[in-house]
Design a protein around this ligand. Structure first.
Ligand code: SAH
Ligand code: SF4
Length: 387
């Protein structure tokens, strides 16, 4: 067995350099590394056997040395709007969830966006968040992050093959990645960044960094680090409140990195990168949804070239966090617009399948993986392994 690799590792946990080292250690020439990576990230191979331009003996050695996939599908549901939510089992039996949202070709370009998890659970403990309430279990490895993308890339490819000219069906490739699933991406920085480099690399998945967005609860030192990175990945900051007292309650990490640190840090990010950050603001009825709250938000962000995403809350286990009535949401948005804050109301997707962060997993943990999490959702067949 090679030094850099243990049997329990997955090939997607390796960087390009490590794959090359593995190939050389197995006595194969350099170019095999390129072929191998092409099979994994472009060919979306499901088995070693289908890598037919690699010698059979080499494939057998690879199978002995490493695994091709680090995650398997435990449960998959498809919402009425086509959103696919998958619950994945990791090698140690822990579970994570991710979602695929497809936006058909209408006014804009067709998009297939994957919402990715970066941790099992989350240590940040946000009051309204199903994942936060589950607590933190562990960080995901780079391979476990990348494998979520490869899974949905196969799904999109399959869908397109089945209905190449279906109404409004976008092209068969993942176009966008958002790190907005379970966990705090910037609390798992190194693994996140390795995954992003592989997903971006032309030898890897080859997706432009500008098509990726990292959502963070607001870890100031890590945002500073992000602003110095070479790749032009987007930043979304989960704000949810524009005054410390309220934000402390909703997002406890605000006690460590309060708004007077976070907002200047976002200004610096903009200055250094030239990319405008976006701010996520979940609207909770009776908590942060009044016109007064909108005014506070506008005042906080004045002069900062940014974009606000308003998100009516998903109903979570805690009944105190409810979405406001439509009129309240529109009044909030109207006030921001009146004060020249660029904002959009996020389209709600996958609500019938518990597509809020950590919600499928919470249900699944309560009910066992075999239960259908929502009556409205169409249950997809459970798959034995990766697609
Ligand atoms: N930890 C990071 C990354 C993803 S968190 C962050 O907080 O930004 C998961 C996403 O789900 C966040 O955008 C969060 O705001 C959203 N979310 C969690 N609970 C929600 C709820 N009850 N309603 C609507 N969105 C929710
Ligand atoms: Fe963690 Fe984000 Fe949920 Fe907060 S909202 S608990 S940071 S996953």
């Amino acid at each position: 067995m090679t030094k850099s690799l243990m049997k329990s590792d997955c090939i997607t946990d390796l960087t390009s350099t490590q794959i090359r080292e593995l190939v050389l250690a197995l006595g194969e020439p350099n170019y095999r590394a390129t072929q191998l990576q092409r099979w994994i990230y472009q060919g979306l191979a499901v088995t070693w056997d289908e890598m037919t331009n690699l010698p059979k003996q080499f494939r057998q050695r690879l199978a002995q040395e490493t695994n091709l996939h680090g995650i398997t599908t435990a449960h998959e549901v498809i919402g009425r709007d086509g959103t696919v939510k998958a619950l994945f089992a990791l090698a140690d039996g822990k579970t994570i969830e991710s979602a695929l949202m497809s936006y058909s070709a209408g006014a804009g370009k067709p998009r297939h966006t994957v919402c990715l998890s970066t941790q099992v659970g989350c240590a940040m403990g946000c009051a309204f968040c199903a994942t936060g309430q589950q607590g933190f279990e562990r960080n995901l490895t780079p391979g476990e992050i990348v494998d979520q993308v490869l899974y949905f890339a196969r799904l999109v490819q399959e869908r397109c093959r089945e209905a190449p000219s279906g109404p409004g069906l976008p092209a068969g490739r993942i176009t966008n990645l958002v790190f907005m699933g379970m966990g705090e991406p910037l609390a798992n920085y190194d693994a996140l960044w390795q995954a992003i480099e592989m997903l971006n690399s032309p030898q890897g998945f080859g997706l432009g960094a500008r098509n990726m967005v990292i959502s963070t609860v607001g870890l100031v030192p890590q945002i500073e680090r992000l602003s110095r990175e070479r790749l032009q990945v987007g930043l979304a900051v989960s704000l949810h409140a524009a005054e410390n007292a309220l934000r402390n309650e909703l997002v406890p990490i605000n006690r460590k990195y309060p708004l007077e640190q976070l907002i200047p840090c976002c200004r610096e990010y903009l200055e250094r990168t030239g990319r405008r950050p976006s701010f996520e603001y979940i609207l909770f009825e009776g908590i942060n949804d009044s016109v007064h709250h909108a005014q506070l938000l506008a005042r906080l962000l004045v002069g900062l070239n940014c974009h606000v995403n308003l998100i009516p809350a998903n109903r979570s286990g805690d009944a105190s966090f409810r979405p406001p009535p439509r009129g309240t949401v529109l009044a909030f948005q109207g006030e921001l617009k009146r004060r020249h804050i660029a904002c959009t109301l996020r389209q709600r997707r996958g609500l019938d399948i518990d597509a809020g962060c950590g919600q499928l997993r919470s249900h699944s943990m309560m009910q066992g993986h075999t239960e259908t999490p929502s009556q409205n959702a169409r249950r997809a067949p459970v798959r034995e392994g990766p697609r």
